[in-house]
Design a protein around this ligand. Structure first.
Ligand code: 5GP
Length: 190
């Protein structure tokens, strides 16, 4: 059995982290993806406990206060956090635990667990990023502008991550991510 490891997948909203992680999962036997808590409203088709644990502000603050999050941050006006207990359980079971979180969260995780591997997912270009955000059709113009501004900031710090990966061609990006996770897990094996 491999040792458990923590991988943080981060990068601009619309860079395609979710799709990438979904495809990578089927190629890594012992991978587990954490389900975050958020105060944002569910998008159409999103289910509680599957895509997110949807919480109100009071519930979210209470969980943050009792140190129930490994990390948490505010993004575009909403709270997002990684439930600590389940992440710790899955690492202890020897799994490759994957968090799909924003940049603020990624650096908080590095502070608390310096052995975590931080992966930055880069969109092919800013124009393509905007096109993907618009194509989703779920965000207002204002929300898209806010996400684009945040993306600029995130891109300026990409070299602080352990690994950078451009999500241009999905198949090769998935192969690169799977390769990186397996290689790191192998190195950590006792
Ligand atoms: P969205 O609203 O598009 O689902 O997510 C917005 C941003 O929040 C994305 O960059 C996503 O990766 C990030 N995010 C999702 N869950 C968490 C979390 O638990 N913690 C942090 N810090 N960011 C998260």
């Amino acid at each position: 059995m491999r040792n458990g490891n923590l991988f943080v997948i981060s990068g601009p909203s619309g860079a395609g982290k979710g799709t990438l992680v979904r495809h990578a999962l089927s190629q890594i036997d012992d991978a587990w993806v954490s389900v975050s808590a958020t105060t944002r409203e569910p998008r159409r088709g999103e289910r509680d406990g599957v895509h997110y644990f949807f919480m109100d502000e009071d519930g979210f603050s209470a969980m943050a206060e009792r140190d129930g999050f490994l990390e948490w941050a505010r993004y575009a006006g909403n709270g997002y956090g990684t439930p600590r207990a389940s992440v710790e359980e899955h690492i202890a079971r020897g799994e490759q635990v994957i968090l799909e979180i924003d940049m603020q969260g990624a650096f908080q995780v590095r502070e608390k667990m310096p052995e975590a591997k931080l992966v930055f997912i880069e969109p092919p270009s800013m124009a393509e990023l905007e096109r993907r955000l618009r194509q989703r059709g779920t965000e207002t113009d204002e929300a898209i502008a806010e996400r684009m501004a945040t993306a600029e900031l995130e891109l300026s710090r990409k070299m602080e991550y352990d690994k950078q990966l451009v999500n241009d061609d999905l198949e090769s990006a998935v192969a690169e991510l799977v390769g990186y996770i397996n290689e790191q897990a192998q190195e950590q094996r006792q």
